[in-house]
Design a protein around this ligand. Structure first.
Ligand code: DP6
Length: 351
């Protein structure tokens, strides 16, 4: 490392939405409020080396993901950094190299952009503490990071915190905002939802045909747009109630309703499209069958892709894992599934 070179880094997780952000307006503002929990094992570690001076007009000189250069991500991050020069004037005076590592395969369909942009936003806020106006509290630091993360990728704003998070203004949560996410107070989460698990079952590892950005755009003129906004608000309110009171069955109902609604909205867009694969449906059927037979309150959710996030409670860990191994693994691509669950949020890296 040269005398003028400095390093800063953050490890930040992905998150899984239980009430889905789907549709946006203005500058990355959500069409409806969303709620997610932050994952534990699916993380991106992002290390930024920065140097004084811009050799050319670009800020980001190099970007690697898991050791390989990634031009697509480099371009996306570069245009994000360019757009942040007003908020972070120090970006006019430095160049940055980024090395990032993700713990999950790209094919898993886990939102790597949520983990990457939350890590990057935390890096920018850390630099801002040095070069700009230092945050007066931890809360302000993470709120500002969440704001920046949102501008990179909407769902990323929920990843700067651990636990359960809400993004988007709603009368159900005081202080909730369209501009940044906030963490739900742990007193409002019943112990049954502590250590909740997420088994990510890889139904298909192929590249998806329609990106999330295209999907968000299709919500603008969607025939169900207004009813979706109302439904998301109600689902969020009901889910908050279930999280507080520990009503598992209500939780299951809302989570599955949100997953199927998301894919229903995709299918009824113009043009409509389907991201679920035959094994997605087979898995859904098996999950519901197992729940009916055993009374175990597990449920599924889906991101904008074909893979199942099987959500289950800590008390059912043994029975559910055994069932996954014996019944679901064979349906997974390369028999692969990812054992994840509720995490505590990003951590700064030391070098
Ligand atoms: C289906 O956050 O990836 O995962 O803001 O365009 O980057 P951009 O979209 P993105 O959308 C994620 C949508 C979702 C639901 C959710 O995470 O809430």
């Amino acid at each position: 490392m040269s005398a003028t070179e400095r390093v800063v880094g953050w490890e930040s997780p992905s998150n899984i939405a239980l009430v889905k952000y789907w549709g946006k307006h203005g500058n990355q503002l959500p069409m409806n409020p969303s709620l997610s929990f932050t994952l534990k094992n699916s993380v991106v570690r992002l290390k930024a080396r920065y140097f004084p001076g811009n050799s050319d007009s670009s800020i980001l000189q190099e970007f690697t993901l898991n050791g390989s250069q990634n031009q697509k991500f480099l371009n996306r991050i570069e245009s994000f950094l360019q757009s942040q020069k007003l908020r972070y004037p120090f970006l006019n005076t430095i160049s940055i190299d980024i090395e990032s590592q993700s713990t999950f395969p790209h094919s898993a369909g886990i939102a790597s952009s949520a983990a990457a942009f939350s890590a990057l936003a935390l890096v920018l806020e850390t630099l801002n503490d040095t070069f700009g106006k230092k945050s007066s509290s931890q809360q302000e630091f993470f709120r500002k990071a969440s704001y920046s993360a949102r501008l990179g990728s909407g769902s990323a704003c929920r990843s700067v915190y651990g636990g359960y998070t809400v993004w988007g203004s709603t009368p159900a949560v005081t202080n909730a905002s369209d501009d940044y996410a906030i963490q739900i107070d742990s007193n409002d989460i019943h112990p049954v939802f502590d250590n909740i698990h997420d088994a990510i079952l890889i139904a298909d590892a192929g590249e998806k045909a329609v990106s999330s950005s295209q999907g968000h755009n299709l919500m603008q003129n969607h025939p169900y747009r207004n009813s979706r906004i109302i439904q998301a608000g109600k689902n969020l309110e009901t889910l908050l109630y279930a999280l507080k009171t520990g009503e598992e069955q209500l939780f299951v109902e809302i989570v599955e309703n949100e997953a199927l609604t998301l894919h229903g909205l995709m299918m009824t867009s113009n043009p409509g499209y389907v991201l679920m694969k035959p094994n997605t449906l087979l898995m859904i059927e098996k999950i519901r069958e197992f729940r009916l037979q055993t009374g175990v309150n597990m449920c599924f959710t889906l991101d904008a892709g074909p893979n199942i996030h099987l959500i289950y409670f800590d008390k059912d860990k043994r029975i559910v894992r055994e069932w996954i191994e014996n019944n679901m693994k064979s349906l997974c691509c390369n028999e692969s599934w990812i054992d994840d669950g509720l995490g505590e949020g990003p951590i700064p890296l030391t070098f």
